[in-house]
Design a protein around this ligand. Sequence first.
Ligand code: KIV
Length: 262
Amino acid sequence: MCSRDFLRAKVEGRKLSMVTCYDYTFARLLSRSAIEGILVGDSAAMVMHGCPSTLSASVELMRVHTEAVARGAGDKFIVADMPFLSFRKGPAEALDSARILMIAGAHAVKLEGVDGHEDVIQRMVQSGIPVMGHLGLQPQSIHAYGGFRVQGRSNDSARDIVRQATALEALGAFAIVLECVPANLAQEITNTLRIPTIGIGAGAGCDGQILVLQDLLGLNMEFRPKFARPFLDGARCVLDTLARFDEAVKAGTFPAGEESYS
Ligand code: KIV
């Protein structure tokens, strides 16, 4: 898989599936799946480190997680998130940060938004770095929105997201994540663009879907956003398994003879 295969999938009408991943163990499992792409998301700050938002993710944090994923991901296509402000200080600093993530094992980078960093996107694309866009709810801007809110509900806001999507395609992005926008808006953008849209909370009309791995495995008992279907009751599985281990230890049935050295 490479960035051009995303375009090919759209031309051929094949849906794309992506998940986030932040560590080696899950990357090994994903390497055995049919999922097309892995996003080392800046959601690592929240999911792996318990931060309240993605603003705490740094280039160094993203480098460490990208390296771990790349060690386990086999030939899966890996996109790494450019963290908060890392692409807003001009092309030179942005390219330096992207270089760190690409050397860590990413095959592409994802940047939220477009306005004000068109030059950065263009320079990256011209330098051979595939760029994925991210529109709609941009978690790095939650303080401007006043929280994690659905975007594009008003006509003006919807028009603006369509404008940004068109601009991203013109700048050379190979795909765009659409997060938390009404399904009809995502469908319109998907129909308008040549490049694929990857939805999260953006309805079924996108060219592909992405979920946070821990959400689709049902591992987070406190946070169940409307759009994140848990395909497994992972939290229950883990808790039941821990209870079985605890009982076995306390009953003296673990370890058994065959689990001990003579
Ligand atoms: O960081 C992340 O997990 C993301 C997804 C929500 C697309 O950007």
